[in-house]
Design a binder for this molecule. Structure first.
Ligand code: GLU
Length: 478
C-alpha cells in the first residue's frame, strides 16, 4: 500500500510555493487507494507560530486534500505532532547509541566555531567528523547527540531527479537530538516515516543535498529506504529565485478570500510543473487523481504565473455554471457582492450573476462589476461626451437620441430579453446609427461602468422602471 505524507512545519501560513508538497502526495495516495498522513513538524520551537497548524488544516480542507491520519482525524500511528513524540525519538536514538553509531557531544558551540575557523584558514572543508570528541560521555538528554557517520559513497534513485550519487565528502556527523532534547528534522523525519510506514517521501528539492546523510541513517538503523521524491522549486514570476514569502508569495487561503475557487487553485498548482503529456489544461480533482504520475513531474523549477491562475479561475467559474447551474456558483459568492446588494433579493442577485459570470476572473470582481445593478450610478456626462463612438455627436443629438430610446422602451409591452433585443434593432434602423454608437450611449447611461453584459440582458435584469428612470435622468443632465 502506498503511504504518503505532508509534513509541514507550523511556521506560518502555507503559501503557493510550498503547497505542492501536499498536492502530489495526496494525488498519489488517492490514485493507488493508499493513505496520506498529515504530520506537524513542530520541533523547532524557535520558529513555531501559534495558530499555524490551524492555517495548514484550513488550507488543506479548502483545497479538498483530506488526510487519512493526522491531527483532527487521529490514526494508529499518532501522535502526529512531533513535539509529542520525544520519547519515540529517544528510543530510536538509543538504538544507534547501542550499536556505536551515535555519541553524546558535550563540545561547546564556541569550540565548534573554532574548528570551523581553523578549516577556513587552511581552506579545507569543515567536517565535524574530523573533530569527534575522543571520550564522549554517556548520553543523557540535555547533551546533543550526534550521528557517527561512516564516510562512503551512495547511489540512489530519486523519482523525479533520476539516478543520483554522492561521495564521502558530503557525509558528516549530523546532530540527531538537540540540547533541548528535541530531535532535528534530519532525525525526526526518518523515525516518523519509518514508524508511520511511509512509502514515498515527497518534499521540496532543498532536502536533496542532505539525502546522503539520510541514507547513512537509514542504513545504520537497518531501515529499507522509502522512495525519495524531490519536488523542484516554484520560481518567482521573474528571475531565478524560488518563490518565497519575501517575494510576495501569498498564502493559499488569501486567494480564497480574493475569490479564487478551490478547484482552480488545485488545478493550477497541480499543473505547475506537471503535465500528462496532452494539451489538456482544465482538470477536475478526479481527473488529476487519475492522470497524475511522478515520472511526468518536471525536474526543473516551474514559474509561478498569477495571470494564468486567474485565467483558469475564469474557466472554472464558467464550468461550474455550465455543469451545475448558476445557483451552484451563487452559493459561493456570499462575501463578494457590493454592500448595496444586501437590500436586494437573492433571486435578483442570481439574475445578475447569470448575466455577468462569464466575465468574472475572480468572484471578488462582482464587487465592482455589479454595483450599478444594485444602486443608481453617479451620472458622469463626460463619460458620454468623451466616449470614442459618441464624441462626434453634439449634445443636442445625444439628448434627442436618448429621448427616442425612452419613447420606444416606454411603449414596449413585454419586458424580456428577446423583446428588448427586437426594440434595440428597431431603434438602430429608425435612428440610422451604428450599433457601437447607439448601444454605447445606452450602456453608459445605464451603468456608467466601463462595460456591461449584453444590453438587452442588462435592461431585462434592471427592469423597466429603473431602466427608464436612468435614461430620463441622463437625458435631463446632458
Ligand atoms: N517540515 C519540513 C518543512 O516544512 C518538511 C520536509 C518534509 O516533508 O520532510 O520544510
Amino acid at each position: 500500500m502506498i503511504v504518503t505524507r505532508f509534513a509541514p512545519s507550523p511556521t506560518g501560513y502555507i503559501h503557493i510555493g510550498n503547497v505542492r508538497s501536499a498536492i502530489y502526495p495526496y494525488l498519489l495516495a488517492r490514485q493507488n487507494d493508499g493513505k496520506m498522513i498529515l504530520r506537524i513538524e513542530d520541533t523547532d520551537r524557535a520558529r513555531y507560530v501559534e495558530g499555524a497548524t490551524e492555517l495548514i488544516e484550513d488550507t488543506l480542507e479548502w483545497l479538498g486534500l483530506n488526510w487519512d491520519e493526522g491531527p483532527i482525524v487521529g490514526g494508529s500511528h499518532g501522535p502526529y505532532f512531533q513535539s509529542e513524540r520525544k520519547e519515540i525519538y529517544h528510543e530510536w536514538a538509543r538504538k544507534l547509541i547501542a550499536t556505536g553509531r551515535a555519541y553524546a557531544d558535550p563540545t561547546p558551540p564556541e569550540k565548534i566555531d573554532e574548528y570551523r575557523k581553523q578549516c577556513n584558514e587552511q581552506k579545507i572543508p569543515f567536517l565535524y567528523r574530523n573533530f569527534r570528541p575522543e571520550n564522549p560521555p554517556e548520553w543523557q538528554p540535555g547533551t546533543p547527540l550526534r550521528f557517527k557517520v561512516e564516510p562512503k559513497s551512495y547511489q540512489w534513485h530519486d523519482e523525479v531527479m533520476g539516478d543520483m550519487h554522492s561521495g564521502p565528502e558530503v557525509l558528516d556527523d549530523i546532530i540527531l537530538i538537540k540540547k533541548d532534547g528535541f530531535p532535528t528534522y534530519n532525525f525526526a523525519h526518518i523515525v516518523d516515516d519509518a514508524e508511520m510506514g511511509v512509502t514515498h517521501v515527497m518534499r521540496g528539492v532543498e532536502y536533496l543535498s542532505s539525502t546522503p546523510n539520510y541514507l547513512a541513517i537509514y542504513e545504520a538503523l537497518g531501515l529499507t529506504r522509502p522512495k525519495l521524491v524531490s519536488l523542484p522549486h516554484i520560481l518567482a514570476p521573474t528571475g531565478n529565485k524560488k518563490l518565497g514569502k519575501r517575494d510576495g508569495a501569498k498564502s493559499v487561503t488569501e486567494y480564497r478570500d480574493d475569490g479564487v475557487l478551490a478547484e482552480a487553485m488545485l488545478n493550477y498548482l497541480a499543473c505547475l510543473g506537471w503535465n500528462d503529456g496532452t494539451e489538456q489544461e482544465i482538470y477536475t480533482k478526479a481527473e488529476l487523481i487519475k492522470n497524475f504520475s511522478l515520472d511526468r513531474v518536471q525536474n526543473s523549477g516551474a514559474r509561478y504565473d498569477e495571470t494564468k491562475l486567474l485565467w483558469m479561475n475564469g474557466q472554472w467559474i464558467r464550468r461550474i455554471v455550465d455543469e451545475q447551474g448558476v445557483e451552484a456558483l451563487y452559493s459561493r459568492t456570499d462575501n463578494f457582492w457590493p454592500a448595496s446588494a444586501a437590500s436586494h433579493s437573492q433571486e435578483y442577485r442570481i439574475k445578475v450573476l447569470s448575466i455577468i459570470y462569464d466575465r468574472l476572473k475572480t468572484l471578488s470582481d462582482l464587487r465592482e462589476m455589479t454595483a450599478y445593478f444594485f444602486s443608481d450610478p453617479e451620472i458622469n456626462t463626460d463619460m458620454i461626451i468623451n466616449n470614442k463612438f459618441l464624441k462626434k455627436m453634439p449634445e443636442s443629438e445625444l439628448e434627442s437620441l436618448l429621448k427616442e430610446c425612452i419613447a420606444k422602451l416606454t411603449n414596449l409591452n413585454n419586458w424580456d430579453a428577446d423583446s428588448l433585443q427586437a426594440a434595440l434593432n428597431d431603434l438602430l434602423a429608425e435612428t440610422n446609427k451604428k450599433p457601437a454608437e447607439l448601444f454605447s450611449l445606452i450602456r453608459i447611461a445605464l451603468s456608467f461602468a466601463p462595460f456591461s453584459p449584453a444590453l438587452n440582458l442588462t435592461m431585462d435584469v434592471l427592469g423597466k422602471d429603473t431602466t427608464l428612470a436612468r435614461l430620463n435622468a441622463v437625458a435631463r443632465a446632458i
